[in-house]
Design a protein around this ligand. Structure first.
Ligand SMILES: [Zn+2]
Length: 270
C-alpha cells in the first residue's frame, strides 16, 4: 500500500508536469473506483488551469479555480504522466489530458483508490477530522503527550490514529517506536513527555528519510516518471519477526496490535 512517502514523491513528480497547465479533456474508462466518480470530474475539469498539486494525509488535491480533484491511490494505485500515444492498459481507469500534450494516467488494479470532487471553499468529508501533518510544526511531542492523557490504547494504535496524526502507517509506526525505544504495546496514556518528544522526532526523521530515498516501502510503487521506487530500506523491525535485532542481537518479537502485525525488540524497547 502506498504510504505517505510514496504519495509525497508522487506529488513531487506530478507538480512540475501539472502546475500551470490547462486540462484539455478527461477520459473515464469506468464510472467508479472505490466510489462513483462524481459528474463534476468530467464536467468541471476541462478548460481549467491547474493552480497547485497538494497533499493532505495520503490524499492528493489538484487545485483548480472552482474546486479540487481529490485523489487517493488506495492499495495499488499509481499516477504517471505519459506521452499521449501510449495505449491504455486494462487497469488504466482515468486519463487527464494537459495542454502540454501529455496525459496524467491513473492506474489502479484493485480499485481501492478514489477520484472525487471538493468544491472551492469546502473541505471534503474524508479530510475533516484529520490530525496534523507529521512533518509540520504542529506535530511534536507536546501534541502527542496532550492527546494521549487517559488513553488506554497501545501507543502503536494511538500513533496510527489519523485523528491524532496523519500518515503514520504500520511500517512507520513500528520503525518510529523502535527508534524511540518505546514498546508498541505500552498504553499511550503512560508514556512521558520526553519519550513522546523522541517519538515525534523519530517519526519526522524516518518519514523524511523515506521521501529522500524515493519511496522505499511499497514493492509495486511506480514513480510518476515510471521508474520503480527503491524497496531496499533500512527497516529495523518491520517484517523482521524472529530475526536478530540489528542493534542488540536479541530475537525480535512479533504479535498483533489493533489487528496489525507488530514487531519489536523486547530488549531495546521498553
Ligand atoms: Zn534490540
Amino acid at each position: 500500500m502506498p504510504e505517505l512517502p510514496e504519495v509525497e514523491i508522487t506529488r513531487l513528480g506530478l507538480s512540475p508536469e501539472l502546475e500551470g497547465r490547462r486540462i484539455t479533456s478527461v477520459t473515464l474508462r469506468r464510472p467508479n473506483l472505490r466510489w462513483p466518480i462524481p459528474g463534476e470530474i468530467k464536467e468541471r475539469l476541462p478548460g481549467q488551469t491547474i493552480l497547485a498539486v497538494r497533499r493532505r494525509a495520503k490524499y492528493l488535491l489538484i487545485d483548480l479555480g472552482p474546486g479540487s480533484a481529490l485523489l487517493h491511490l488506495g492499495m495499488s494505485g499509481s499516477l504517471r504522466v505519459l506521452e499521449p500515444d501510449v495505449a491504455p492498459g486494462a487497469h488504466d481507469h482515468v486519463d487527464i489530458a494537459l495542454d502540454s500534450g501529455r496525459v496524467m494516467r491513473f492506474n489502479d488494479p484493485r480499485r481501492f483508490g478514489c477520484l472525487l470532487w471538493q468544491p472551492q471553499g469546502e473541505t471534503h468529508a474524508l479530510l475533516r477530522d484529520l490530525g496534523p501533518e507529521p512533518l509540520s510544526a504542529d506535530f511534536d511531542g507536546n501534541h502527542l503527550f496532550r492527546l494521549s492523557r487517559g488513553k488506554q490504547a497501545s501507543i502503536k494504535t494511538f500513533l496510527m490514529d489519523q485523528g491524532i496524526v496523519v500518515g503514520v502507517g504500520n511500517i512507520y509506526a513500528a520503525e518510529s517506536l523502535f527508534r524511540a525505544g518505546i514498546a508498541p504495546s505500552r498504553p499511550a496514556g503512560e508514556v512521558s513527555r520526553p519519550r513522546y518528544a523522541r517519538l515525534a522526532l523519530a517519526v519526522k526523521e524516518i518519514l523524511t528519510h523515506a521521501i529522500q530515498c524515493g519511496g522505499t516501502t511499497f514493492r509495486d510503487f511506480i514513480r510518476p516518471d515510471g521508474r520503480p521506487g527503491y524497496f531496499e530500506q533500512e527497516l529495523f523491525v518491520y517484517g523482521r519477526e524472529g530475526e536478530p535485532c540489528l542493534i542488540c542481537g536479541c530475537i525480535l518479537s512479533g504479535s498483533r496490535l489493533g489487528n496489525r502485525a507488530t514487531v519489536w525488540c523486547a530488549h531495546c524497547q521498553k
